[in-house]
Design a binder for this molecule. Structure first.
Ligand SMILES: Cc1ncc(COP(=O)(O)O)c(C=O)c1O
Length: 400
């Protein structure tokens, strides 16, 4: 039967990674893949994770299955973390309205959420921003859902086209549709909604009977934990139903452990009980039981005051390094012709910015300067360092 298969085009990011790996130039700059790197170019294990792993190795007594919705401590501590705001804790009546499940990374969470939407509202369209993370459409449409696109990033101003976004959704989205929103650190643009825009969007979604589906893959890596969850907490305050897909890949640097959380805020506790049973049954049909190790580490870190403090310091270190690199790149680009980029790079959040480069310009940077970014001009700022930023800015300005 396999002779009937047709080959698929290689994933663009993976092809870019391979091209960069094969480049022997010692001064190459890898801004491609969406993984945090430190000043030495490493993606190391966090100290808090190492300490939690040591503790776990000493105390763990079984490798028996975790339940179908995963580790309760993980799910609850994550919900308090991402939704708790200043208090760091959510009220019981909100917790009772939430159905959640541990997932295989943010991607697994997005897929569980898509399957749940398909079960509840098979005719709903899921709207995604233009552009969005390259895997959003394949992951969500594979559940059999229709997808639509709304305008988001303006490649000239390098900011969000908020009025166009609302006008488009107003004209095209129907009641009961779902709108996928990046909670913070928009991938691939780094351009986030302001708190005032989140306020307006939440009211708009309520009035239009649209359900927010918030992808929170970079919580804590933008402006800070309170700031990065503002939009999510706002839509939960205003809209009766919200879907959340959170990832611990980046903020806990647990990429290969595959740790994520799907959570749905329901109108009432009875509906939440039904949604819990649905999430469990969907998980059972796809992978039966989620992987335990990484989620247990997150639960242990968040549940222990010393480990939590250590993690918050490391998260802060990663975030501040990226903010500092943004400042350096912005300063270096702030010459004639680079002013818009300079302003955008400092204003944007998280790992990514999308520069106003054509495909040819991005390829020229690769061929002539060994600077690797996607054809769309997306850079991962964490792939740069203080030493190579001047060279990076010079090359960008040279190809423009
Ligand atoms: C916007 C966005 N959502 C979700 C994910 C999924 O992350 P993971 O499945 O690695 O946890 C990513 C990863 O790059 C992402 O950028």
């Amino acid at each position: 039967m396999f002779e009937y298969l047709v080959p698929r085009a290689p994933d663009a990011i993976i092809a870019l990674m391979q091209q960069c790996k094969a480049d022997t130039n010692p001064d190459k700059i890898d801004l491609g893949v969406g993984v945090y790197k430190d000043e030495a170019g490493g993606t190391t294990i966090l100290r808090a994770v190492k300490a939690a792993e040591k503790q776990l190795w000493e105390t763990e007594t079984t490798k028996s299955y975790v339940g179908i919705r995963g580790n309760d401590d993980f799910r609850h501590s994550m919900l308090h973390l991402i939704l708790g705001g200043d208090a760091g804790k959510i009220e019981d009546d909100l917790l009772d309205r939430i159905a959640s499940a541990q997932a295989a990374g943010g991607s697994g969470a997005l897929r569980l959420g898509a399957e749940l939407i398909k079960s509840a509202a098979p005719d709903a369209t899921v709207w995604v921003s233009t552009p969005t993370w390259a895997n959003h459409i394949p992951l969500i449409s594979s559940a059999g859902l229709k997808m639509g696109k709304y305008p988001y990033y303006n490649r000239e101003t390098l900011g969000v086209d908020f009025d166009d976004m609302l006008a488009h959704l107003d004209a095209k989205a129907k009641a009961g549709d779902v709108v996928l929103l990046h909670g913070c650190c928009h991938n691939p643009t780094g351009a986030d909604l302001s708190p005032a825009q989140w306020d307006q969007l939440a009211d708009f979604m309520l009035a239009k009977d649209l359900t927010p589906y918030v992808d929170l893959a970079y919580f804590g890596l933008g402006r800070g934990m309170i700031e990065d969850s503002y939009g999510l907490r706002k839509v939960i305050d205003i809209c009766p139903e919200v879907i959340i897909a959170a990832s611990c890949s980046k903020n806990f640097a647990l990429y290969k452990e595959r740790v994520g959380l799907i959570a749905v805020v329901c109108k009432d506790t009875d509906t939440a009980a039904i949604a819990r049973s649905q999430l469990g049954s969907i998980q059972r049909k796809i992978i039966s039981m989620p992987p335990d190790h990484g989620a247990k580490l997150v639960a242990d870190i968040l549940g222990d005051a010393d480990l939590r403090k250590m993690w918050v310091e490391e998260l802060t270190e990663m975030r501040e390094r990226m903010r500092d690199l943004r400042k350096q790149l912005s300063d270096a680009l702030n010459v004639q012709g680079g002013e818009t980029m300079a302003a955008a790079v400092i204003d944007q959040n998280g790992m990514f910015s999308t520069l106003p480069l054509s495909v040819d310009q991005a390829r020229k940077l690769r061929a002539e300067y060994s600077i690797y970014m996607t054809d769309s001009g997306r850079i991962n700022i964490a792939g740069a360092n203080s030493e190579n930023i001047p060279r990076l800015a010079e090359a960008i300005l040279a190809v423009l």
